[in-house]
Design a binder for this molecule. Structure first.
Ligand code: B12
Length: 405
């Protein structure tokens, strides 16, 4: 069979006022281009898990910048599409067109995992959860021309992250990606009520053997000698001893990298020094609310309330990380239940006081499948239920408790 893997990249935001105010400014557009041109690691993992690969032709496609599918994809027998909520309606439209033309469509990813019935109206095969061990069955079903159905990863052996293959980076060809994604771990031990990341796929936090992370980066280096690596993790340095070993083995590779982690890296100077020496340029940390408004974080992390506990010392901790030569991209959410209009000034003050090298300021977003979405829906506070296209982190689609939308 000819199997296509269709990635949908790019940044999404809809609010016309916000777009007018700044999201179309040259600085933002440039930055968006940099971060938006990341390959879909999920699809590259699926490609690597394709059974009887010698019998199939595999092709990786990117949707065009107008969000349509490239014409060539219609020559495929089966197309795999990966979904995030913000692009899912575009993905469904493409799936409908492909199926109308006789191409079989498989859909998986964060969004359809929590909305499988909705997806089943648009795809032949819908996959719930991590795709690695399910994909071979999907390919065989397509080959045997089996009728549409939903595959649940729970009915397959759980993914052993110590046995993941090298993602098929070679399928990316010569496209000008300026970063390559690698996973060192899947999941996060914490459980924030708004999080719509890997926790949608699997509740467990798992880290990979360091040697295999190195193996994957070496595979990238074979294709691009000087890659910038983005770890597509939820929280890389949970286990500090493992993290130090990762850094020791990264150092000789001489690559620069970026990752997402939590603020506790700040408390381990040895780790910070190793990270710096290993090529870490920036860590992205979900601070969510500035120290002046730590109260708004009460209960947000549902296991141990860690975010509320960490916030009072944010200032010294972020400073410590940055003093070691690693920049911090501090992420803030506007519109938590404890936030009133004062939050705008407080975020600005905090960012300038540290001062933070980078900030990412977004709006509280009730992604489907999250406890936050369930609660706001019950409270009648979702303005337009089912408008998944508004799950961009920039569009307001709920009624905040202490201010107007
Ligand atoms: C890299 C990344 C991007 C890249 C994506 C590149 C691409 N083409 O895929 C870029 C920069 C383009 C991007 C953009 C956006 N992103 Co983003 N991004 C990430 C990030 C950091 C890592 C994703 C990743 O690589 N995961 C690792 C892979 C292995 O996992 P996976 O993709 O889920 O794939 C597995 C399964 O889902 C499944 N699977 C996936 N697809 C399929 C398909 C089939 C057929 C099958 C069988 C299985 C399957 O199998 C895979 C292997 O197990 C996550 C945060 C995080 N830490 O995870 C946010 C994240 C995914 N992004 C998010 C958001 C909100 C966005 C934007 C909307 C932001 C914006 N306003 O523009 C846009 C949407 C872009 C779009 N076109 O849809 C949210 C999505 C939440 C949600 N549930 O929808 C996340 C979780 C971050 C967050 N804040 O919560 N993002």
């Amino acid at each position: 069979m000819k199997i296509g893997f269709l990635a949908m990249s790019g940044i999404r935001a809809h609010d016309p006022e916000l777009l007018k105010l700044g999201l179309t400014l040259p600085g933002f557009v440039e930055r968006s281009k940099t971060v938006a041109s990341l390959p879909s690691l999920g699809l590259l993992y699926l490609a690597a898990a394709t059974p009887d690969v010698a019998r199939h032709e595999l092709r990786y496609f990117e949707a065009e910048s107008d969000r349509t599918e490239p014409a060539e994809i219609y020559t495929c027998d089966l197309v795999a599409i990966s979904t995030f909520s913000a692009q899912v309606f575009e993905a469904y439209a493409i799936a409908d067109r492909l199926r109308a033309a006789g191409v079989k469509v498989a859909m998986g990813g964060l969004h359809v995992t929590v909305q499988p019935d909705e997806a089943a109206r648009h795809a032949d095969y819908v996959i719930i959860g991590e795709g690695d061990n399910v994909w071979p069955a999907v390919v065989r079903a397509a080959e045997a021309d089996e009728p549409p159905r939903t595959f649940d990863s729970k009915d397959f052996p759980p993914v052993d992250v110590a046995k993941l293959p090298i993602p098929r980076y070679d399928l990316l060809g010569e496209r000008p990606y300026n970063r390559f994604t690698v996973q060192t771990s899947r999941g996060c031990p914490w459980r924030c009520d708004f999080c719509a990341s890997t926790v949608m796929l699997s509740r467990r936090y798992r880290k990979r053997p360091v040697e295999q992370v190195i193996r994957d980066i070496e595979a990238i280096k074979q294709l691009r000698p000087n890659p910038f690596i983005e770890f597509a993790d939820d929280n890389t340095f949970v286990d500090k001893a493992w993290g130090k070993e990762l850094c020791r083995q990264l150092r000789p590779l001489n690559v620069k990298w970026f990752t997402e982690t939590d603020i506790t890296v700040a408390d381990d100077d040895e780790l910070l020094d190793l990270m710096r020496k290993a090529g870490c340029r920036q860590v992205l940390i979900g601070l969510e609310s500035p120290a002046q408004n730590a109260g708004a974080l009460q209960g947000i992390e549902m296991h141990h309330n860690v975010k509320a506990k960490w916030a009072p010392r944010y200032l010294e901790r972020v400073r410590n990380i940055q003093s070691r030569g690693i920049t911090v991209n501090g992420c803030f959410i506007l519109g938590l239940d404890g936030h009133g209009p004062e939050i705008f000034e407080q975020v600005l003050d905090f960012a300038l006081e540290v001062p933070l090298f980078d900030v990412q300021i977004t709006v509280l977003t009730p992604f489907p499948g999250t406890p936050l979405h369930e609660r706001l829906l019950k409270e009648g506070r979702i303005i337009q239920p089912g408008r998944w296209d508004l799950c961009t982190l920039f569009d307001v689609n709920y009624v905040p408790s202490n201010m107007t939308p």
